[in-house]
Design a protein around this ligand. Structure first.
Ligand code: THU
Length: 138
């Protein structure tokens, strides 16, 4: 398990915010609600949910929605991302979300929680090794 550098209370708050966001999901096609909450280096929390579209391909995942909420509010450094799905086992972020999270926090801790006892806790670099990122363009 990676070491967390924020308190258990903060983790609880992130989980609560991700769960609350999952209640706002617009997922009539998949019926798969997802909530995500981001902790920034400034200790702010930004939440997002998945928003689907009749065209299917324009669906945005909860994690990317949360990242964009953060950027829209002027924050750019992610410390942790908590993902909640109301499922028996936790879900790791999809590949597209891993790439977008990498842009703002290659070292971030990803914590996936669900309605069962299992918790998935990994650094982004474990989920997206040898990532292409801003450093490649300099
Ligand atoms: N989804 C997320 O919100 N995050 C992920 O990391 C994986 C998938 C959403 C997209 C779609 O609305 C539904 O889950 C089913 O794929």
């Amino acid at each position: 398990m990676p070491v967390t550098d924020f308190s258990a209370a903060t983790l609880d708050e992130l989980i609560a915010r991700a769960k609350a966001a999952s209640k706002n999901t617009y997922s009539p096609y998949s019926q798969f609600p997802v909530g995500a909450a981001i902790l920034t280096d400034t200790a702010d929390i930004f939440a997002g949910c998945n928003v689907e579209n009749a065209s299917y391909g324009l669906t945005i995942c909860a994690e990317r929605n949360a990242v964009f909420q953060m950027v829209a509010q002027g924050k750019k450094t992610i410390k942790a991302v908590v993902i909640y799905t109301p499922t028996p086992t936790p879900s790791a972020p999809c590949g597209a979300c891993r790439q977008v999270i990498n842009e703002f926090g290659p070292e971030v801790l990803i914590v996936s929680v669900c309605d069962g006892p299992d918790v998935l806790k990994k650094r982004l670099a474990e989920l997206l090794p040898d990532a292409f990122g801003p450093g490649n363009l300099t």
